[in-house]
Write a protein that binds this ligand. Sequence first.
Ligand code: B4P
Length: 182
Amino acid sequence: MKNKLLFLGPPGAGKGTQASLFCKKYNVEHLSTGDLLREEVSTGSVLGLKASEIMNKGELVSDELVLSIVEGRLISEKKGWLLDGFPRNLIQANSLIHLLEKINQPLEAVVLIKIDDQFLIERLLARGRQDDKEQVIINRLKIYRDKTTPLINLYEKQGILKVIDGNADIDVVFSCIEKALS
Ligand code: B4P
């Protein structure tokens, strides 16, 4: 099973859900920038407070902050890893290329989870996290389209993109991911 991975997709596609299942089953380190940022917020640090304001508007937190969080974790990682929610724009994608070269651990596959807008708005409203409010979700989707979708092309050109249909039940989506990464 491949174990140097990146999961891409719009907010609500099921990245976090699928990444958790995969990492548990295959003993891979789950690096979710969303979760790591929420951890920082919960400490009440100055950085956390700043991040919280941005996240509650559905905007992207500064590249420097996200990069420093990911770099520390990847460098100390010995087993496989799965990046969930990172990179989210071309600057972060280029930084990741340099970082992976430095640690000599090439990315093996990128899983893109595709889903219809109608389902993801329903899912996120049902979850009800602090940033799961309709206007904020619409903003997160816009940012995904503007800033994150250019990465799809990048990974397609590298020949490592696996496209998965996320419009199905969680276990069905998971089986498709396992098949694509085996
Ligand atoms: P994230 O935490 O990454 O959140 P997300 O993209 O909204 O998706 P998430 O992974 O949580 O949801 P999932 O689809 O699994 O980002 C939050 C914020 O953090 C960003 O807006 C940004 O501000 C900041 N941030 C994070 N990374 C950053 C970066 N690199 N740079 C800058 N800023 C960054 O699941 C959603 C719901 O759907 C769940 O309730 C789940 O139970 C349900 N679900 C999943 N799969 C399902 C299925 N198949 N059927 C039915 N329901 C399903």
